[in-house]
Write a protein that binds this ligand. Sequence first.
Ligand SMILES: C[S@@+](CC[C@H](N)C(=O)[O-])C[C@H]1O[C@@H](n2cnc3c(N)ncnc32)[C@H](O)[C@@H]1O
Length: 200
Amino acid sequence: MARRCRYTDDDVWSWWDSQVGRVQIMSHIIFNTIRGKQTKDTLSDVRVRRLVLEYMKLGSLTIDPFARDCTLAYPYTNDIDPNTRSVYNMDALDFIELFDFDWFDMAIMDPPFSNRQDNEVYGNNNLYTNPRKIRDIELALGNRVRSNGCVIKFGYNSNFSHRGFELDRIMLVRYGGSINDMIISVHKKYTRNIRSYKDE
Ligand SMILES: C[S@@+](CC[C@H](N)C(=O)[O-])C[C@H]1O[C@@H](n2cnc3c(N)ncnc32)[C@H](O)[C@@H]1O
């Protein structure tokens, strides 16, 4: 006699959502969504942290120019705010330029998402006043990551300015109501550096 399953598909999906979010494969890009709570410390969310750890192989060298109190990329952690646990307290671009090209296996790029957030939440204002600054940071960061490495970007968009990368994965963190989602995009490096781009 067939036994009746105690769980419906909805039960299974809601359990799966609570663990990793719903996953879909769209052509070659992996896409999933999770429900989140807004926080200043992005990587304190276990599911977000798990996503980053999936790409961080044992012993891989990672750079995090906007690390705040996150130590995943230790000792290559930086934050302009000296009241954080970061090893360096420099402007992100100056920090990235300390290192040679192709030095890192991966990078975490989690800047304030807008000028307003930069001012109101973190008390800085040097990222969005110059429209080229984020682009320059992305080019410099992309050049420091080796071929086949990746950049994990957090923000309101999934663009990555360095042309040697292609989009591999998206996780959408939804906060509900009219609050902006957070887009986490993983970009994989498939070519060497584009030296024709002015970097330094
Ligand atoms: C979204 S938070 C990073 C959160 C961190 N990834 C975590 O998981 O806890 C962005 C950080 O960027 C720092 N920041 C803002 N402008 C910067 C700049 N020009 N250079 C370096 N850090 C900057 C802020 O002080 C803030 O701590």
